[in-house]
Design a protein around this ligand. Structure first.
Ligand code: ADE
Ligand code: ZN
Length: 337
């Protein structure tokens, strides 16, 4: 539970039936775990443990993911990390999550995608058996990968047909990679043909053009972030007309420097324009976010009423890639909140 929140508000928001649709497995490492694993591996940390999660921006942050994920080199560690993610969901009253996982960060597992998915799956299954929330996995490309590497990953997913995998994703740094929509078009086309859903990081380190490409070139069912769509009125109209949901992460955008203050954040302008928005944590442990805290922040800053809060929670469930059973259960519970 988020201790900086008044207890009553935290309790109410925990009881709000909701899903999380923008959450990275890579963002769920605790500092103490990283320090302990680094010690075991005889690896020096780049900074003292208390400063470990101080990032200068997205590029610095993404570099850190390579270090953290590199330490999760055994099945046991990956199972524990996956189980811990579900515990975090339960602590926030989250009923279901789509979890993004980007194989490029996990150096010890390269070439062993099936084994890696099995290890994650074992952690998620054990969590479900203990009554913790369900999870679907969105396997992610990195923006700086080549078209061939992207197609290779999608073909491997098509061959594996792993029941835990619900979607193809792409994340990473568009400011460094430049316009890469066309580079990934074939990979996304093949994923769609194979029945995978499609979710795309855009409009965080790219401007509106990245969001246009996500929809028009990659066929995105959902956009991760998408906040910089606010800079293009025609794009906002298109997102409203086509009802394409945005998985927005306010604290992440502040910590990684997309906006200087929550008062500058466009989530409320997008929501009130009719864009379907949900709130999410992105990389909760590394960026110091909790899902309850994100809802509370928006309620406090933008005056979201209970009805608005409920409507955002409904979007989170509708926009998720959960099974129809899980969605129906959560939506029924939400009606009574
Ligand atoms: N990978 C993990 N978090 C990310 C973010 N906020 N943007 C792009 N790639 C990411
Ligand atoms: Zn993200």
């Amino acid at each position: 539970m988020n201790t900086s929140l008044p207890e009553l508000e935290a309790h109410r928001l925990k009881s709000l039936p909701k899903a999380e649709v923008h959450l990275h497995l890579e963002g769920c490492f605790e500092a103490a775990t990283i320090a302990q694993w680094a010690k075991t591996e005889g690896l020096a940390l780049p900074r003292p443990q208390e400063d470990l999660f101080k990032f200068s921006g997205l590029a610095d942050f993404l570099g850190f993911l390579d270090l953290a994920c590199g330490l999760a080199c055994t099945t046991e560690r990956l199972v524990a990390l996956s189980y811990g993610l579900c515990q975090r969901l339960a602590d926030n009253g989250t009923g279901y999550a789509d979890v993004i996982f980007n194989p490029t960060h996990w150096h010890a597992w390269h070439g062993r995608l099936g084994a890696m998915l099995d290890a994650m799956d074992a952690g998620f299954k054990a969590a479900e058996q203990d009554g913790l929330p369900r999870v679907g996995v969105c396997v992610s490309l990195l923006r700086t990968q080549s078209a061939d590497a992207a197609i290779e990953l999608v073909d491997a997913l098509r061959a594996l047909r792993h029941p835990r995998v619900v979607a193809l994703s792409v994340d990473g740094n568009e400011a460094i990679a430049g316009r890469t929509g066309p580079r990934f078009a074939e990979a996304f086309r093949r994923a769609g043909d194979a029945g995978l859903r499609r979710t795309v990081h855009a409009g965080e380190s790219s401007g509106p053009e990245g969001v246009w490409d996500a929809v028009n070139v990659l066929g995105a069912d959902r956009i991760d972030h998408g906040v910089r769509a606010i800079e293009d009125a025609a794009l906002v109209r298109m997102l409203v007309d086509r009802q394409i949901p945005l998985g927005i992460c306010p604290t992440s955008n502040l910590v990684l420097g997309v906006y200087p203050s929550i008062l500058d954040h466009p989530i409320e302008r997008l929501r009130s324009a009719g864009v379907r928005v949900s709130v999410n944590t992105d990389d909760p442990a590394l960026l110091g976010a909790s899902l309850i805290g994100e809802y509370a922040l928006c309620r406090r800053t933008f005056g979201w009423t209970d009805a608005m809060t409920k409507s955002v929670a409904r979007t989170s469930i509708d926009a998720s890639f959960a099974s129809s059973d899980v969605k129906a259960q959560l939506l029924a519970a939400l009606k009574d909140w």
